[in-house]
Ligand binder design. Structure first.
Ligand code: FAD
Ligand code: NAP
Length: 543
């Protein structure tokens, strides 16, 4: 059944109905604005709609990985585990859509293909793959940082006669791997969650690893009433504290150097954090992402844990990352990942020295060896941060965003890019986004954008554009901060390295969620410093 065509005029078009697009719609409605949302998927939830692979769950505790904008919502919703699984997060997204009656303004199964700005009317024209054609004063890209799944260009891929899956495009009715020989390509966060679960079902799992990753046990478990209530009894204050943390997660950072304490004390601290589980491990000391020497102490600790867990020491050595500082590729959080390699039905194949040469009709060939499979799981990641934006023909004044970002994304605050008025990005490159609790960063951006639009309307203005100099200064600052850390040392998707030909720049802003929020607030309170605000009379005449 084809969806109803949208009206041809709206105040705002929002692209994407993940957590960002949903909250943006809610806020804009609250301002009395008309908004149309287009979503390529068949439902709300974004990441949690698409990534239905076995084991998928959040790695930020659910009491924090959830919306804070509605006191009733955060009091009423009950999470069943410390780290909610994908089905539960998707149920939550659907609950939010129902509770705030969001669906009536969302057109599903519709992909935005084009957005063009008309200087004469100061409006965006948005087109979709179904021929929709909407004129809007503002456009908000809520297209997600990790929404463009990527399968490497392996020769022969189309000839494989078994089943092929990508973690980011998982079938909605699930997959039964019972009795099947499964190949998993990749060992990032998705694979690290999926492999232990698939291994419990499949007859055999072969994991193709190019780069091992550091992973910390989640220590996930049922949510106790006491723990949930410890949050709910003081939610506003705790959320406020989280908003000012470096990662937007209320954890327990230890503000001393790893090199200031004795070996014994350091070991004790790491042991304590390893036992507690989760990403809080990386907050054990204040210089783990700043000093190679400090970082080595944490990396050595985790490598030793891997050696102690995995029985076969050759496999343990392959699993122990040695080529990047810990934390400079996204730290993984797992349940039984390393111990899964002690199972008889799991094999690790190192494809660093000898890469995958082709996909054959019956399996995967690495050099002279062919591995035969009934199914291949691509856990090969995403064209992160810029992929979804650049898949849309975004154009203003004859210049496309693709042209502008040919050498890498350039933004002011990750919210707007110079030369493209009235179009906002939520968690765009140049903002903390993927380095943070995304719920915190999403809410911060949505609130900033909504307040900005309200500010413009209140003053009879209808145009906002980032200045070139503000953008240049922000890009330089972002690079400078990134290069003070160890992050650029890793071949990570943060740097765009996973996509052949993608410019290699550090895309997220690493200055910290709290200080970034302060900068954004200051920019707004100083009359939107670095933006040009105007009333375009030709645009008003066209209304
Ligand atoms: P998304 O959820 O990606 O939604 C974007 C939506 O836009 C998608 O539904 C997509 O279909 C749609 N879209 C894109 N382009 C178009 C177009 N042209 N036309 C129409 N629709 C379009 N973050 C955390 O903080 N903690 C976690 O634990 C965590 N776990 C994650 C686990 C996985 C498996 C993945 C992939 C990511 C995880 N993230 C996590 C990051 C996660 O992406 C964010 O937390 C958050 O869900 C992003 O919400 P969003 O609305 O910005 O983007
Ligand atoms: P990813 O981190 O990019 O991992 C992709 C994996 O595929 C890497 O191991 C990569 O190896 C491998 N790969 C890619 N091309 C390959 C090739 N040609 N040959 C062999 N191996 C290849 O993707 P992801 O695991 O989907 O995770 C992406 C991000 O989503 C995460 O970093 C995280 O932010 C988020 N996420 C979070 C969770 C969570 O815990 N809540 C779960 C899943 C995802 P190289 O490293 O060598 O490139």
């Amino acid at each position: 059944m084809s969806a109803a065509k949208s009206p041809s005029v709206a105040d705002v078009v929002i692209v994407g109905a993940g957590f960002a697009g949903m909250y943006m719609l809610h806020r804009l409605r609250g301002l009395g604005l008309s908004a149309r949302v287009f979503e390529a998927g068949g439902g709300v939830g974004g990441t949690w709609y698409w990534n239905r692979y076995p084991g998928a769950r959040c790695d930020v505790e659910s009491m924090q990985y959830s919306y804070s904008f509605s006191p009733e919502l955060q009091q009423n919703w009950q999470w069943s585990e410390l780290f909610a699984s994908q089905p539960e997060i998707l149920r939550y997204a659907n609950h939010v859509a129902d509770r705030f009656d969001l669906r009536r303004d969302i057109q599903f199964d519709t992909r935005v293909t084009e957005a063009r700005f008309d200087r004469a009317t100061h409006r965006w024209t948005i087109r979709t793959n179904h021929g929709d054609h909407v004129s809007a004063r503002y456009c908000v890209m809520a297209t997600g940082c990790l929404s463009t799944a990527r399968v490497p260009d392996f020769p022969g891929i189309e000839r494989f006669s078994g089943k092929v899956y990508h973690t980011g495009h998982w079938p909605h009715d699930g997959v039964d791997f019972t009795g099947r020989r499964v190949g998993v390509i990749g060992t990032g966060s998705s694979a690290i969650q999926a492999i232990p679960v698939i291994a419990q079902q499949a007859s055999h799992v072969t994991v193709f690893q190019r780069t091992p990753n550091f992973s910390i046990p989640s220590r996930n478990g049922p949510m106790s009433d006491a723990y949930a209530n410890s949050w709910k009894s003081d939610y506003p204050a705790l959320r406020e504290q989280a908003r000012h943390m470096r990662t937007g997660i209320l954890n327990s950072p230890n503000d001393i150097s790893a090199l200031e304490v004795s070996d014994g004390e350091r070991q004790r601290i790491y042991e304590e954090r390893w036992a507690a589980g989760g990403t809080n491990f990386m907050a054990a000391f204040n210089d783990l992402i700043l000093s190679q020497q400090a970082n080595d102490t944490a990396a050595d600790f985790v490598r030793d844990k891997i050696r102690a867990t995995v029985h076969d020491q050759e496999v343990a050595e392959l699993l122990a990352p040695k080529n990047h500082p810990i934390g400079t590729k996204r730290i993984c959080v797992d349940t039984d990942y390393y111990s899964t390699y002690n199972r008889d039905n799991v094999t690790l194949v190192d494809v660093r020295a000898a890469p995958i040469s082709e996909i054959t009709p019956t399996g995967v060939r690495v050099g002279g060896t062919e591995y035969q499979f009934d199914a291949i799981v691509f856990a090969t990641g995403f064209d992160a941060m810029t992929g979804a934006l650049l898949n849309i023909d975004i154009e203003a004044d004859g210049k496309t965003l693709r042209e502008k970002w040919e050498e890498g994304p350039r933004t002011y605050l990750g919210l707007m890019t110079a030369g493209f008025p009235n179009i906002f990005m939520i968690t765009g490159p140049g903002s903390p986004s993927v380095l943070s609790n995304m719920m915190v960063s999403i809410e911060q951006h949505v609130d900033w954008i909504a307040d900005c639009v309200a500010h413009l309307r209140l003053r009879g203005l209808n145009c906002i554009e980032a200045t070139q100099s503000a953008e240049d200064t922000w890009v330089a600052h972002g690079n400078e901060v990134a290069h003070r850390t160890l992050y650029p040392l890793a071949n990570s998707w943060y740097m765009g390295v996973n996509i052949p030909g993608k410019p290699q720049v550090f895309m997220p802003y690493i200055g910290g969620v709290g200080s970034y929020r302060q900068i954004c607030d200051d920019v707004a309170s100083e009359g939107y410093r670095g933006f040009e605000l105007s009333a375009q009379t030709s645009a008003l005449a066209a209304e």
